[in-house]
Design a binder for this molecule. Structure first.
Ligand SMILES: Nc1nc2c(ncn2[C@@H]2O[C@H](COP(=O)(O)OP(=O)(O)O)[C@@H](O)[C@H]2O)c(=O)[nH]1
Ligand SMILES: [Mg+2]
Ligand SMILES: [Zn+2]
Length: 315
């Protein structure tokens, strides 16, 4: 029996880099659950596992998964009631967004944050392709930076073309395991190639940014950085849905709303129509961003809608 870390999964096969030894192609047996829900993938990139080496060269069987320090899940894109384990044992998450090429859908940021936030995983934002930002885009960037830094996230402005922000980003990644995410087309593969020369990840040449006809992989993969640390490349995220979350989960994971909620009259305040709501007061006096609050309301409304239909159509 040997220990190692899962660096790639392709559905039924897992690449396990042994702590002392080569990388093995492994399979797995058994059924796995998480939070009482079915998983589409029992083992995730970043998992520490115990494997049995098999006779054939470079082959193995995963016997068990060591306890996870943390993990990031999302609802399975295909099966509604399954969770998809994106990665585990990560030190921090880096979300790559653009303001142009493609245009930023700002609500995406706050949806994304619902993945790492429950697990206290530190998040950095990279506003990428800064070389194409005009004056208005830069003003919008400054607004985003102000909103997110005021609630404790670090925000970087980066371009591979000009080299802006790359040194700061390298510094943040050093000696850490970082989950890198972003919607497809934001330049994730290009940026990873820039950070770790020699990987030669395939990048897309896009003539427009309609998002149509793009190839997206569904599997995560871990790469070591020469400077120390590693990054986990995750599939381009198209849409995030939250069948696995309740309204209060969302309320607890908008961090500044959660802090303020201590002063709400009701302990289970959802910050909508309740009287003496401290969150609404903080939005009115400008302490909490209207944009964040609007996104909160939007997500909560979606979840209630979904749950309503599920309750009344369940068989
Ligand atoms: N303007 C600009 N475009 C970039 C930069 N880096 C990558 N791109 C472009 O972004 C597009 C998508 O790149 P890709 O890495 O395949 O995106 P992914 O789908 O997120 O992996 C390509 O057309 C790249 O040429 C950059 O620093 N500035
Ligand atoms: Mg890519
Ligand atoms: Zn409230």
């Amino acid at each position: 029996m040997k220990k190692g870390i899962v660096i790639k999964s392709t559905g039924s096969w897992y690449q396990v880099k042994l702590d002392a030894g080569p990388t093995l192609n492994c399979r797995i047996r058994g059924k796995f659950r998480l939070q009482g829900q079915k998983l589409t993938n029992p083992v995730a990139v970043g998992d520490r596992v115990v494997v049995n080496e098999e006779k054939e060269a470079d082959m193995g069987m995963i016997k068990s998964v060591l306890p996870r320090e943390n993990y990031v899940v999302r609802q399975s894109p295909r099966q509604k009631h399954h969770l998809h384990l994106l990665a585990s044992n990560i030190d921090q998450a880096v979300l790559i967004v653009t303001i142009r090429n493609p245009d930023l859908k700002q609500g995406f940021i706050d949806r994304f944050l619902l993945m790492p936030e429950p697990h206290d995983i530190h998040v950095y934002f990279v506003f990428y392709k800064s070389d194409v930002y005009d004056e208005d885009d830069l003003a919008f960037f400054a607004l985003m930076e102000a909103i997110y830094e005021s609630i404790g996230y670090r925000v970087l402005l980066v371009s591979s073309l000009t080299g802006d922000g790359l040194d700061d980003l390298r510094e943040l990644l050093r000696d850490k395991i970082s989950l890198v995410s972003g919607q497809s087309g934001v330049g994730k593969s290009s940026l990873i190639n820039q950070l770790q020369p020699g990987l030669e990840l395939r990048t897309e040449v896009l003539s427009d940014y309609s998002g149509k006809g793009q190839h997206t992989t569904t599997f995560a993969e871990m790469f070591s950085l020469d400077g120390g640390g590693s990054i986990i490349d995750t599939p381009g995220i198209k849409m995030l849905a939250f069948n696995n979350l309740e309204v209060m989960d969302v309320a607890h994971n908008f961090r500044e709303l959660f802090i303020e909620s201590e002063h709400c009259k009701f302990g289970d305040c959802t910050h909508r129509n309740e009287p003496k709501c401290a969150v609404k007061a903080a939005v009115e006096n400008g302490e909490i961003s209207e944009l964040r609050y609007a996104n909160y309301l939007q997500i909560v409304a979606e979840i209630e809608d979904q749950n309503y239909w599920e309750r009344h159509t369940e068989m």
